[in-house]
Design a protein around this ligand. Structure first.
Ligand code: ZN
Length: 170
């Protein structure tokens, strides 16, 4: 062990670690971080240790995650454009993102889903679509908002939502 070459934490690692400290909710204070920072300064912090510290921070929740609305379907308005969107949560880092839903231009089988940067920050609980509102949107457009599918079954068309999705919609 004593003969292995020492590899200090690299510059990109350190930068990434600092970014994570800013963006994640973590239990470290400047006081507890001080000895780590000193070891980095002296070039004595092993790269392997830094990798572990990065891994651990990446498993911690984003600072802004709690202020965003829960996963589900919402109406939104941004830059004069309005419509419906779906909020999803990444199961790995718990980050929530909004995707706007659009009717396919060619009258295709599925709604188009587009990542909409910034929309998530504009949403509030009041924007959430009730199941009646989701169904009304489906009746109007002919697509199920939950699974994006073109409604074909006459009963589903009349309801504006597929039977499976209707049960799942909470
Ligand atoms: Zn559906």
């Amino acid at each position: 062990m004593a003969t292995t070459t020492f590899k200090p934490a690299t510059e990109p690692q350190i930068k990434f670690w600092e970014k994570l400290l800013e963006s994640r909710t973590h239990p470290f204070t400047e006081e507890t971080l001080a000895p780590v920072r000193e070891a980095i300064e002296r070039g004595e912090l092993p790269a392997a240790t830094m990798r572990l510290m990065i891994d651990s921070l990446q498993g911690m929740p984003w600072k802004n995650a709690r202020t965003f609305v829960a996963p589900g379907f919402y109406r939104y308005t941004q830059d004069g454009e309005s419509g419906v969107c779906e909020v999803r949560e990444n199961p790995h880092n718990k980050r929530r993102m909004a995707f706007t839903l659009h009717l396919p231009e060619d009258g295709g089988q599925k709604l188009d889903r587009r990542y909409a940067k910034g929309v998530i920050a504009t949403l509030t609980d009041d924007d959430r679509l009730s199941i009646e509102e989701a169904a009304a949107w489906g009746k109007q457009t002919g697509y199920c908002i939950c699974c994006y599918a073109l409604l074909t079954d006459p009963k589903s068309v009349a309801l504006g939502i597929g039977p499976v999705c209707r049960k799942k919609y909470a």
